[in-house]
Write a protein that binds this ligand. Structure first.
Ligand code: PHE
Length: 450
């Protein structure tokens, strides 16, 4: 007898898993800075519009394919378009999340190191140079990368329900509690009001076409689109779940967390009188520096908050990396009939190797360049600038132009039983079929020519 494929226990569990995938480093180290730099509240409005009118249709397209077939990316293409070139989309979206996982787990590893440091000796005011010295080392970052990837593969190998679902059910509420505690603390610091103003002061003159394009790019990355993670998670959704409300819920939690992260980080940055930045520098240099400065006044409080902060980052990164890992594991389990444990071990091995090269590209391999970039930067640029947009484009084209309209309608409305979804289907269909492809194509070509 064929083994029954696993599924998430409830619609809420599916939303939590998808939101866990979406909430990650993107929300913490890029969103707050982008908001402040690009017009504050004006940028938030643009981001909101692009998240709901562009990213949501892409997310729904992945969900429709995944839930319809109850198969991972490759299997889904085989079932809906057998014997066609669409199978390459299936392959592409197995490879791209694994490339992301490789370099993402290097950063996940750094967060583990910083969590240990925060809980141990704490930070001195020399943190910026500490970070520079740490990432160029060959061994310590490699060990942390290994640990992070082991945790990821460990959760995935425990199963969809007892691994992924259980981990997200605990982690997601915890992430919100943690970020709210940090935010409340940050907002009470003297001088924090400047950070709030930085995030909220609307400046519509900053909204240029390139700012709009980067808002869209950020919402793709933040919602984990175009790389098959949402498709794969949706394949574990029950037939009774409401695709639309699940998608809206995911986008809502993702945005909410990004905003909370902004109000947790920027007020602290301004209270310390520092110029805000983005990327690794923000979380591994600026914030530890702030913790160190606060440590002079309130050592225990500063220590406590810094532990909570790095714990938040480690957990947020894990809920994302687990979703990337699951794409490859689902393929091996479903199509190659391998056991979950063996599949997870295989994905661990492949990503460990590529991740090790990414990790070493800050130190011993810093001289190795691919198209003018270090291995780490190359993997990041390849996936965030090209593969995610390309995958998103193909997913909306597949649902809008390859799948029969009746099948899409059937999936979106649960066979016509969801009256609310029946009513909005026309709009969603229009967005998926015409608006999304044109806009994504424009972004893709802009990235290609930039
Ligand atoms: N959305 C995640 C973040 O914001 C990153 C991610 C990308 C996760 C692609 C899964 C797939 O950090």
């Amino acid at each position: 007898m064929a083994k029954v494929r696993e599924s998430f226990g409830s619609s809420m569990a599916a939303v939590m898993a998808m939101a866990g995938s979406a909430i990650g480093l993107g929300n913490i180290w890029r969103f707050p800075y982008m908001v402040g730099q690009n017009g504050g509240a004006a940028f938030i409005i643009v981001y909101l519009l692009s998240a709901f009118f562009l990213s949501l249709p892409i997310l729904l397209s992945e969900t429709i394919i995944g839930r319809r077939t109850h198969a991972g990316t490759f299997g889904a293409m085989e079932r809906l378009a057998p014997g066609t070139k669409w199978k390459w989309l299936g392959f592409l979206t197995i490879i791209s999340p694994l490339i992301i996982l490789s370099y993402y787990s290097v950063v996940g590893g750094w967060s583990i190191e910083y969590l240990i440091k925060a809980a141990g000796s704490g930070f001195g005011e020399d943190v910026p140079s500490l970070f520079g010295e740490f990432i160029v080392k060959p061994w310590a970052p490699l060990i942390c990368h290994t640990l992070f990837l082991l945790l990821t593969a460990g959760v995935v190998s425990a199963g969809v329900k007892s691994g992924i679902e259980r981990f997200n059910r605990i982690s997601l509420p915890l992430l919100f509690v943690l970020i709210i505690v940090i935010m409340v603390y940050a907002l009470t610091l003297p001088g924090s009001g400047e950070g709030v103003r930085y995030l909220l002061k609307p400046d519509f003159s900053k909204i240029t076409p390139s700012v709009v394009a980067s808002a869209m790019g950020q919402s793709f990355f933040s919602l984990s689109l175009g790389v098959g993670t949402i498709l794969t998670y949706s394949s574990y959704m029950k037939k009774s779940a409401n695709i639309f409300t699940s998608g809206v819920g995911t986008a809502f939690f993702d945005l909410l967390f990004a905003l909370l992260a902004g109000f947790a980080i920027m007020p602290a940055v301004f209270a310390a009188g520092i110029e805000p930045g983005a990327g690794p520098g923000l979380i591994f240099e600026t914030l530890p520096y702030i913790f160190a400065k606060m440590g002079a006044v309130a050592p225990w409080l500063s220590r406590g908050v810094s532990v909570l902060f790095f714990l938040t980052i480690v957990i947020a990164a894990l809920t994302s990396s687990i979703s990337m890992c699951e794409v490859g594991v689902a393929y091996l389990v479903d199509e190659k009939k391998m056991s979950r444990a063996k599949s997870s071990a295989l994905i661990f091995g492949g990503c460990w190797l590529l991740g090790a090269l990414c990790s070493l590209s800050f130190g011993p391999l810093s001289g190795v360049h691919l198209l003018g970039r270090t291995i780490f930067d190359f993997c990041d640029a390849l996936t965030s600038n090209y593969l995610m947009t390309f995958g998103s484009l193909l997913f909306v084209l597949f649902v809008g132009w390859k799948m029969p309209r009746a099948a899409v309608w059937d999936e979106f409305t649960n066979g016509g039983t969801l009256s609310g979804n029946r009513r909005i289907f026309g709009v969603v269909w229009f967005l998926i079929r015409y608006v999304a492809p044109l806009v994504i194509l424009t972004i893709f070509l802009t990235n290609l020519l930039a």
